[in-house]
Design a protein around this ligand. Structure first.
Ligand code: GLN
Ligand code: ZN
Length: 759
């Protein structure tokens, strides 16, 4: 009989109680015992919810004290050498030390979990032999069984994915590392089997990326070794986030179940299963409910899909499940009573998704007629949004379509001509100095915003306060000697939320938090309708700042791709189309700024790379429309208006052509933490537009010496054209203190002067 399952449940709790417990512990306000107690409560509560919804295979060991990749590393005793560790179960202070750093040792690197906004701690392999320090999956299984009578499904990060996500080993070392790790995996599984565990979920999301023939052989050997050791245990080899690349090889693995994503990558997986079939000795984990999106499913369509799959694998061999762990969506829509009704009705967060999964598996077991009422109700909840005015604005659709087709979105002159015209207008010195936009959001700034949000300050009071901040910082920037100034972004909490609140088509939840990394949670806006410009969003502050100085003030906007990638997005329209709507709306802001006399406008795009599809074959198409959206935002300005953009550090080496195609007059890129890699990526490329590679790290309060910055400049100028080079910090300064900011910028201006004398 078809069963239901979930791949993982959010850790943070409906009120972010998980985050609060962690942070209280770190602040020394919670004893370790109390932390354990509180987290156990949260964990059990999550299991109870899944039990109550009737999920058959409930995941255990998906919970964590920080991050599941780090959990896997410490389970195998993999602790970077700079942390004290004497063997055995890794103590909590060491565990958190690796994640967050201590006063003596830097934290391990953190990076994006595939193409999601979740970040994991990168395991650092080194020469010490890995050992099994404790069997965490077994502990989690026992707890669920003893406390709640739940026959849990332990979730374990699989060996190949674990290795691929780690650093500290050379490519040629893969075999040696598998040899070391596999006996430990086998022991974990043997102990689970001895305990009577029926299903275990081994996560191998790396299977959705391109693997070499050698890696596929290693994978097969590894799973042969593991499953041969535990004949009584059912292993679900779980993939997600895309279709798998090597379907034939994967279905030939000696496992009892294979979990596929039928939401993200549905086409590829469906095509494989239709044409190649599915082995009749295996169970299919059908990930039909979107674990990453926030929308209620079209249950009728899902049921049709499941019926088709059942035809291929039979009922006993089908598990209805989420496409990936639910950790990527908020906990529940229940308390979102302030959202427009038609929107709230159309949402399904983690708890609602449990209901959908249970319902679909019931439909498969008892026939669609048994759930006809519920299906009808679910369908009816989607209708009001589908037919709503916000989603169907012909004015927006027509305007965007017209803007897209009128002319190829392109500046009227090539860069060289614009550059000359802009130089004639601004007469900037060699190596102009500037900042990325935000200045310190001091306690005072946050306090003022709170007072205003609570209604204790009226709009005028708040506006006066913002103006005072702008006054002070314009004066400071002049004094420091910066060439291009900014207003400081004091009125913004978050670079996406700020614009989302002012554009049409957005909504904001009250409790819709998701984990970004460790205890850090974000509350992404929801793009639920057609996006449209309402009124100028940044003109007032920018024009005010410009009125205070003769130096140019850069206007500051967040770009369409970043807004898209940091929001939950409607799924009835392609992301490309939503990007164009955003671009068209933002273009109107660009034009409004220009009309008000602002001659330099920065459109930030730190998140372009985050949207890159997992399959390399799709990169080109994505980058093409991302570039087009940026150009659409910026193409209508005069030649003498200078368009800037900014990106934070990530690997750009394979994207430089696309960055160039964005055709921004000046780009600033975070550089200093990349240890020269960023500069190297420009070596074989001839980037021909204005560029500033960040000359100092803004993530630390440390004030860099002038010398460090001149070194950075010298290195960059070995590969970049001095005439096009700008000098700026790595990123915005909103998290920094005032003193360190001023001092660091003084050093930066000094470094620019030295560079001008030298080049
Ligand atoms: N203009 C923004 C700022 O300075 C850019 C932030 C970012 O790139 N993440 O804060
Ligand atoms: Zn940045």
């Amino acid at each position: 009989m078809a069963k239901s399952s979930v791949l993982g449940y959010p850790r943070i709790g409906a009120d972010r109680e998980w985050k609060k417990a962690l942070e209280a512990f770190w602040a020394g306000k919670l004893e370790e015992q109390e932390l354990h107690r509180q987290l156990r409560e949260i964990r059990l509560n999550h299991l109870r919810k899944q039990q109550a919804k009737g999920i058959d295979l409930i995941p255990v060991n998906d919970f964590t004290y920080y991050d599941h990749v780090l959990d896997t590393a410490v389970m195998f005793g993999i602790v970077p050498k700079r942390f004290p560790y004497a063997g055995g179960a890794v103590p909590l202070p060491t565990y958190y030390g690796i994640a967050r750093g201590t006063k003596d040792a830097a934290a391990s690197e953190m990076t994006k979990w595939f193409n999601t906004n979740y970040h994991y701690i990168v395991p650092e392999l080194h020469d010490a032999e890995p050992v099994l320090t404790e069997n965490r999956p077994l502990q989690a299984y026992r707890e669920a069984k003893e406390k709640l009578g739940i026959e849990g499904k332990p979730v374990i990060l699989g060996p190949l994915t674990f290795l691929k996500l780690s650093k500290g080993y050379a490519v040629g070392d893969t075999d040696r590392w598998l040899e070391r790790l596999l006996p430990l995996y086998v022991r974990v599984l043997e102990e689970l089997a001895a305990e009577g565990v029926r299903w275990v979920q081994l996560d191998e999301p790396v299977l959705v990326t391109k693997l070499s023939a050698g890696d596929l052989q290693r994978l097969a050997a590894a799973y042969r070794t593991m499953t041969a050791a535990v004949p009584s245990l059912n292993v679900m080899l779980q993939t997600y986030f895309e279709s798998i690349d090597s379907y034939r090889e994967v279905i030939a693995l000696p496992v009892q179940g294979i979990g596929l994503d039928f939401v993200h990558g549905a086409e590829g997986n469906l095509a494989s299963i239709r044409s190649i079939g599915f082995p009749d000795d295996k169970v299919l984990g059908a990930g039909v409910i979107d674990g990453r999106g926030i929308w209620r499913a079209e249950l009728g369509d899902k049921l049709a899909l499941l019926e088709e799959l059942r035809g291929l694998v039979s009922s006993e061999r089908l598990i209805v499940q989420s496409s990936c762990s639910l950790l990527h969506v908020p906990v529940s829509t229940e308390r979102e009573t302030e959202l427009p009704a038609e929107l709230r009705e159309a949402l399904a967060f983690a708890d609602e998704k449990l209901g959908e999964i249970a319902l679909l598996s019931k439909a498969l077991r008892e026939g669609a007629a048994a759930v006809a009422e519920e299906l009808k109700r679910a369908e009816a909840s989607l209708l009001p949004l589908k037919t709503s005015a916000v989603r169907n604005r012909t004015d927006v659709r027509q305007a965007v379509a017209a803007a897209m087709t009128a002319v190829e979105p392109k500046r009227s002159k090539p860069f060289a001509e614009r550059h000359a015209a802009q130089q004639a207008r601004w007469k900037l010195p060699l190596f102009p100095t500037t900042t990325i936009g935000s200045f310190p959001q001091s306690a005072e700034v946050r306090k003022a915003r709170q007072l205003w949000r609570k209604g204790e300050w009226n709009d005028a009071q708040y506006a006066t306060f913002i103006r005072e901040q702008i006054d002070a910082w314009v004066k400071l920037q002049e004094e420091i000697g910066l060439d291009v100034l900014v207003h400081g972004e004091f009125e913004r909490t978050d670079m996406v939320e700020f614009f989302g609140e002012k554009l049409e088509g957005f909504a904001f939840t009250r409790h819709g938090w998701v984990q970004s990394y460790g205890s850090r949670c974000v509350k992404p806006p929801i793009i639920y309708g057609d996006v449209a410009f309402r009124e100028a969003m940044t003109v007032e502050e920018t024009v005010y700042a410009q009125s205070l100085t003769d130096r140019p003030v850069k206007g500051m906007l967040t770009g369409p791709i970043t807004i898209l990638n940091w929001s939950f997005v409607r799924d009835d329209l392609s992301r490309e189309q939503v990007a164009y709507q955003l671009a068209y709306a933002l273009r109107q802001e660009v034009e409004a700024l220009e009309k008000s006399g602002i001659g330099m406008i920065q459109v930030d795009e730190p998140a372009v790379r985050e949207g890159l599809p997992l399959h390399a074959s799709e990169h080109e198409a994505y980058l093409a429309w991302a570039v087009k959206a940026f150009r659409m935002t910026t193409c209508t300005v005069e030649d003498t208006t200078q368009i800037h953009t900014h990106m934070c550090y990530c690997e750009f080496h394979d994207m430089i052509d696309s960055i160039e195609a964005m055709d921004a007059d000046v780009i600033s890129i975070e550089t200093s933490r990349s240890h020269g890699e960023m500069i190297r990526s420009f070596e074989d490329n001839t980037y021909r537009l204005g560029i500033g590679l960040g000359v100092y790290d803004i993530h630390s309060p440390r004030i860099p010496a002038v010398r460090e910055m001149t070194d950075m400049i010298d290195r960059a100028l070995r590969v970049l054209d001095p005439k096009l080079f700008w000098i700026n910090p790595d990123c915005g300064l909103k998290t920094r203190g005032r003193e360190e900011t001023v001092e660091s910028l003084r050093h930066m201006v000094e470094a620019a002067k030295l560079a001008r004398a030298k080049y």
